[in-house]
Design a protein around this ligand. Structure first.
Ligand code: GDP
Length: 471
């Protein structure tokens, strides 16, 4: 009766796993601000030798005190001043990493910053690997894995919505939701184990149905959490919306409208503008990339030629297609052909040129399109609302504080649900509690994997390798 997802990957305690990647005996150093010229650049040192290394080069008339900024000079052993700096010393465990941390704010000149880093290395620190500061924070119990993932997401956020959710995760919103459920599972396990241990001593056996009911409730809670991933995934990865349609229906006009409607145009993605024009925007906090396929202008037998064009490739990768038709004209063979092509994809039919559409073709009416005028802007808010609805962004509010955002989190919660469901079935079917317990233990172990109490050795490597150095 073991859950289908039971696997045999070796599980380690998080500390063991972390020590494989980073040995906290070593003191690490990295530039924590972007490479390049700037007002200031920050060099961060973490580890047991951080303070003594800092003291070797930092000269000041003021005393170094925990968490207090000190102004002074960064000097070579020969007394040459490298820069005027401000430093802050954080003594363990009251630092980001949980170790002693020495942070140097210098002038943002790469030459100066590199020199400071080289001096620190010469004193025995090594260069930090990507995400190693955060990894150490996890190793020292300053945060769990979900929070660590959220740190990366926060840094990489492209919209306010992404940043807001990431910050809630850093604050522990998901962990706070999962931890009482784990607690209930542990209690249930203890209860069932006691029943087994004392079965011979005539102790009343725990009521299997009540235990199954408890499992059901826990699972329902996890189901709710799992549903947030449909939104969290889009929030994290962003969505691709492709605008398709025959020439002159107003695709480019709509594209410009949609992209410009939001004042928060995030970035221009280089390298995609040759055939298919693309621009990023922000829809209810979800980063959206709109693709205008008007760049591909075939002349003869356009629908057939779609088969070989970039348009088709772009369409295949679309999360949503907006099929634009000319509402002031009749539905043409070409419109129908393109519609057939996209039928299997999530799409919305948009009838444009509302402003000049007087006698509407009944064939168009039958499609029940969303009416807009890219010229006047009429209907665009309605279109945006329909897009948000399809993407699930309109449900974001109801998800509350905690949202799953990574595939790893989704997998862990899904697997936990599968195992707990198997345990629940076993209890209801009157199968011996020992068997049900196997599934329940497995479910708990997936939840521990989610927050990082236990982990497999490859997971940590995967998470932290995507961090930038210096975080
Ligand atoms: P595309 O070839 O599908 O990208 O179409 P364009 O955006 O280039 O538009 C084709 C023509 O239709 C241009 O002359 C636009 O000014 C015009 N057009 C686009 N949208 C509207 C609209 O909503 N109303 C009117 N009256 N004209 C429009």
């Amino acid at each position: 009766m073991r859950g289908d997802h039971a696997d045999s990957r070796p599980r380690l305690s998080v500390r063991e796993g972390l020590h494989k990647i980073a040995s906290s005996e070593e003191t690490i150093v990295a530039l924590s601000t972007p490479v390049g010229r700037s007002g200031i650049g920050i060099v961060r040192v973490s580890g047991s030798a951080a303070e003594s290394i800092g003291r070797q080069f930092f000269r000041s008339s003021s005393e170094l005190r925990h968490r207090q900024a000190a102004v002074g000079r960064w000097e070579t052993p020969e007394g040459e001043v490298v820069d005027e700096v401000v430093v802050v010393l954080y003594r363990h465990p009251h630092s980001y990493t949980g170790e002693d941390v020495f942070e140097i704010s210098a002038h943002g000149n790469p030459l100066v910053l590199n020199r400071i880093i080289r001096m620190i290395q010469s004193a025995g620190a090594r260069t930090a690997t990507p995400g190693e500061f955060t990894l150490r924070a996890v190793a020292h119990g300053k945060m769990d894995l979900i929070q660590a993932e959220a740190v990366r997401e926060f840094i990489e956020a492209q919209t306010d919505g992404q940043a807001r959710i990431a910050l809630r995760q850093i604050d522990g919103a998901v962990s706070r939701r999962v931890s009482p459920l784990k607690h209930r599972l542990v209690n249930l396990i203890a209860h069932l184990e006691a029943g087994i241990d004392f079965a011979e001593d005539d102790v009343e056996l725990p009521d299997a149905r009540r235990s199954a009911g408890e499992l059901f409730e826990i699972r329902t809670n996890l189901d709710e959490l799992l549903r947030t991933y449909s939104y969290g995934r889009l929030l994290n990865a962003g969505v691709r919306i492709v605008i398709a349609g025959r020439p002159n229906v107003g695709k480019s006009s709509l594209f410009n409208r949609l992209v410009l409607m939001d004042r928060a145009i995030v970035t221009e993605i280089p390298g995609t503008t040759r055939d298919v024009l693309s621009e990023s925007s922000d829809l209810n906090g979800i980063p959206v990339r709109f693709f205008d396929t008007a760049g591909v202008r075939d002349t003869v037998d356009r629908v057939e030629r779609l088969g070989v064009s970039r348009t088709l490739e772009t369409l295949a990768e679309a999360d949503l297609v907006l099929l634009v038709i000319d509402g002031a004209s009749t539905l043409s063979e070409e419109d129908r052909g393109i519609r057939e092509r996209i039928n299997g994809l999530p799409h919305l039919i948009v009838a444009n040129k509302r402003d000049i559409a007087s006698d509407v073709d009944p064939a168009i009416e039958k499609l029940e399109p969303i009416w807009i005028s890219a010229q006047t802007g009429e209907g665009l808010e309605n279109l945006q609302a329909s897009i948000a609805q399809i993407l699930g962004g309109d449900r974001a509010q109801s998800f509350g504080e905690s949202i799953l955002t990574t595939a790893r989190q989704n997998e862990a919660v899904s697997s936990a649900i599968v195992s707990l469901a198997a345990g629940e079935r076993a209890l209801r079917d009157g199968i011996p509690h020992e068997m049900a317990l196997l599934d329940i233990y497995q479910g708990l172990s997936y939840l521990n994997e989610l927050t990082g109490e236990t982990t497999t050795d490859d997971i940590l490597g995967r998470i932290f390798s995507t961090f930038c150095v210096g975080k």
